[in-house]
Design a binder for this molecule. Structure first.
Ligand SMILES: NC(=O)c1ccc[n+]([C@@H]2O[C@H](COP(=O)([O-])OP(=O)(O)OC[C@H]3O[C@@H](n4cnc5c(N)ncnc54)[C@H](OP(=O)(O)O)[C@@H]3O)[C@@H](O)[C@H]2O)c1
Length: 344
């Protein structure tokens, strides 16, 4: 069977290298083009550790270099702000795009401006993008030319929250989202606050008073849940490589029934797992897998703590991007994706 030819723009970064790892083993995609920015011109093996010889010998071309004529799908794993121009150029070639950045995650230019403090350079493209939270978007993906892959924090909170909002059991009070991420969530570029001594043995909040993902959370909660709700989101960075744990402090009615609501929604989902009563998720149990694990603990009939865990680089980025690509091209949604963690 012919393989689908794919390119990674941003192959030298953390999500780009995770895409390489997954696509190299994928039975239906073939990597035909790897591009970078400051590392353009180098061999992949000089920039990324542990590649096998065939991958290591590939040259990283520049992000602005033309794509091969036979390229069918581009994964854009570039910083937000820089991605939009490249994505717009690629779309003109007729190639389909999955953008891992935030540049096409908002439907309205005004929301984008509020979240990112600048006008969107291609506002006419915003409405053409499908927001690729696979479990809730899969019907629209087969026709998509441009998929906006969700952010890792939004993925970790939207998956447990959407069914509860749709069931109408939550209060209108702001939703408190207390989330922790491993350091790979901040990308590979050098920053003082990501040095070993700044991170190790420490935990800190950042992005306050209103992290840009708050707008993404509110927009897609309203879209999928049908009810506008305010979000109070506080992200933290932890001294671990990968993983994300998100704790939702929720109030509403009949909290003892929320487990059933989640179970009904996700019983047949390959990558969303509701943990048995009394079990709570951990980042170690999902690291290296494309799973989102959800656990909940009702405090009383009106309050409940819901906790979700994902690997920020898998279900939070490269894994979900490939899940979306599988649906776009009519493949089995789980194709090439790990559902077990690399544990311990
Ligand atoms: N990390 C995560 O957990 C995560 C999760 C969800 C979404 N995302 C999003 O995915 C995107 C990639 O994230 P990442 O963590 O992989 O970032 P990263 O490790 O910093 O990698 C960024 C990539 O983009 C290239 N690049 C850097 N500056 C550029 C510029 N000005 N113009 C064009 N290309 C440039 C880099 O090339 P050189 O190395 O050659 O300079 C590198 O290949 C971001 O938009 C991020 O927000 C990340």
């Amino acid at each position: 069977m012919d393989k689908i030819h794919a390119a990674i723009l941003g192959a030298s970064g953390y999500t780009g290298s995770e895409l390489i790892r997954l696509l190299d083993r994928h039975p239906r995609f073939r990597l035909v083009h790897l591009a970078a920015h400051s590392h353009a011109g180098k061999q992949a093996g000089d920039v990324l550790p542990g590649l096998h010889d065939k991958l290591a010998a590939l040259q990283l071309v520049h992000i602005d270099d033309p794509l091969p004529d036979d390229c069918q799908l581009v994964f854009a794993a570039l910083p937000h702000g820089a991605a939009a121009r490249t994505v717009a150029r690629v779309l003109e070639t007729g190639c389909r795009v999955i953008d891992l950045s935030a540049d096409f995650r908002h439907q309205s230019p005004e929301t984008y401006r509020q979240a990112y403090g600048t006008d969107h350079p291609y506002p006419h493209l915003l409405h053409t993008a499908i927001y690729g939270l696979t479990e809730w978007s899969r019907q629209r993906l087969p026709e998509a030319r441009l998929v906006a892959n969700p952010g890792c924090y939004p993925t970790s909170m939207l998956l447990p929250l959407i069914p509860l909002i749709r069931a109408g059991v939550l209060d209108e009070a702001p939703i408190i989202v207390d989330a922790k991420s491993g350091a790979s969530g901040a990308g590979r570029s050098a920053k003082v606050e990501l040095l070993f001594c700044e991170l190790n043995e420490s935990c800190r909040a950042y992005g306050l008073p209103r992290h840009r993902h708050s707008w993404e959370m509110e927009e897609w909660l309203a879209h999928f849940g049908g009810q506008p709700l305010r979000v109070r989101f506080v992200p933290h960075i932890l001294p671990m490589n990968r993983g994300m744990l998100t704790t939702l402090h929720l109030s509403g009615r009949d909290a003892s029934s929320w487990r059933d609501i989640l179970q009904q929604n996700y019983a047949n989902e390959p990558f969303v797992r509701l943990l048995p009563e009394g079990n709570l998720p951990s980042t170690a149990s999902v690291a290296g897998s494309n799973r989102c694990d959800i656990g909940l603990s009702p405090l009383d009939n009106d309050e409940c703590v819901v906790i979700s865990c994902i690997d920020n680089l898998l279900k939070g980025a490269a894994g979900q991007a490939i899940q979306n690509a599988n649906v776009m091209f009519g493949l089995d949604e789980t194709c090439g994706l790990p559902d077990l963690p690399c544990w311990p």
